[in-house]
Design a protein around this ligand. Structure first.
Ligand SMILES: Nc1ncnc2c1ncn2[C@@H]1O[C@H](COP(=O)(O)OP(=O)(O)O)[C@@H](O)[C@H]1O
Ligand SMILES: [Mg+2]
Length: 384
């Protein structure tokens, strides 16, 4: 500003958005989010730099080509819904197709399809002011999707809605996204919203990007003090999952190994329990030293002595839900994938660590002492 007399809206920002990704741009009011998203469809002309969709440089396109791209590839959903009050829901939804010159029959059919997808068909003949804010925003979204754009630009689309309706809208968007696999650039000033819906998040401040990464990246490896402070108040237990805090599991293959192998492994690792798996690492149970000794003494197979009631969680279980399971028992939980194969264990120490925000476990850093102690006590090594 001092040098040029101009407010710098966006400065030195560079990033890629992957096809089919929900890319969130987050930052406080005035950080440059709207300016940035408007550079993408050239509602604001960039002073310098390039914006590519596939191999086309939007920033160098003729007005005519740009209009075509806006009609067919890019659609924007605004915070204030942007609906025409004198048009019905159906007519609003048809609008983009109408502008594109799509015939009456076809555009009606496409619009109805989009409304149906969003559960709005029953209100198609109503006018926007007859609908709640949440419903209006749903119509705004359906209208954008009726055009079947490749890229959806959403500028604080949910920010004006009540928290509960907002949550519903986030769920709806995620459901729709599962079906449609659009590339979505979504702006919000709300970190919880960003974490909920973003595959990746770009955190902005003063027109610059402070950090780009997954929600977990940003929470567990903040790039600087600003990001750390920004994410400080987030309840990590509602974002982090079993997969984020698990330790490598020490296992015994009950199809191939006998009690001696099991006991030797426990001795070597200085632990008193192993997870029992089969050849394909499907979870079969747990095996304690006592059970292994029993098998050796009575000449039994490990299969016969394991405890089949081993407790387990799926890898995408939220830490907050794991806490409820682990708070009444010190035994570690097996972490399994969608097919019930063992991928790790969670011990109480790391659950509590994630809940209380002391330290969050990641695979390339040292475990906390607390985690190691907990792991030792509970018979599972903290290191592989
Ligand atoms: N048309 C404009 N003229 C001058 N300054 C603007 C204009 N639009 C936005 N700004 C300024 O640019 C900065 C970024 O604004 P904006 O992109 O709207 O932020 P956000 O969407 O993150 O709230 C702010 O300082 C804002 O005051
Ligand atoms: Mg804005």
């Amino acid at each position: 500003m001092e040098e040029t007399g101009a407010t710098v809206g966006v400065h030195d920002v560079s990033f890629d958005v992957n096809e089919g990704e929900v890319f969130v741009i987050m930052g406080l009011s005035g950080s440059g989010k709207s300016t940035l998203i408007r550079l993408i469809n050239r509602l604001i002309e960039p002073t310098s730099g390039e914006v590519y969709i596939d191999d086309e440089d939007i920033s160098k396109m003729s007005k005519e080509d740009l209009r075509e791209v806006r009609r067919t590839k890019l659609n924007m959903v605004f915070q204030n819904f942007g609906l025409f009050p004198q048009r019905t829901v159906l007519e609003n939804t048809e609008y983009g197709l109408e502008v594109r010159g799509v015939g009456k029959e076809e555009r009606r059919q496409k619009a109805e399809e989009a409304l149906d997808n969003s559960g709005l068909l029953s209100v198609k003949d109503q006018y926007p002011n007859q609908l709640s804010g949440g419903m209006q925003q749903r119509v705004g979204l359906a209208r954008a999707l009726a055009n079947n754009p490749e890229v959806l630009l959403m500028d604080e689309a949910f920010s004006a809605l009540d928290p509960l309706i907002r949550r519903d809208m986030q769920d709806d968007l995620l459901d729709l996204q599962e079906k449609m696999q659009k590339t979505i650039i979504f702006i919000t000033h709300d970190l919880n919203e960003a974490l909920r819906i973003g595959d990746r998040i770009a955190l902005m401040r003063d027109g610059k990007i402070m950090q780009i990464g997954t929600g977990e990246d940003i929470l567990t490896h903040p790039a600087n003090d600003f990001v750390r402070e920004f994410t400080e108040d987030i309840d990590r237990s509602k974002v982090l999952t079993a997969e984020n805090i698990m330790e490598p599991a020490l296992t015994i293959n009950v199809e191939a190994d006998g009690p001696n192998v099991a006991l030797q492994r426990m001795r070597k690792e200085e632990i008193s329990m192993l997870l029992a798996v089969d050849r394909k690492r499907y979870l079969k149970g747990s095996l304690t030293a006592e059970e292994a000794l029993n098998a050796r003494k009575n000449d039994k197979m490990l299969k016969e002595v394991i405890d089949k009631n081993v407790r387990k969680v799926e890898k995408d279980t939220l830490v907050t839900d794991i806490f409820d399971m682990i708070s009444d028992s010190a035994a570690p939980l097996a972490v399994v994938d969608e097919e019930d194969r063992v991928v790790g264990v969670v011990v109480r120490g790391s659950v509590i660590g994630a809940m209380t925000d002391i330290d969050t476990k990641d695979n390339d850093s040292q475990s906390t002492t607390e985690t190691e102690e907990a792991a030792d006590k509970e018979g599972v090594s903290a290191d592989a």
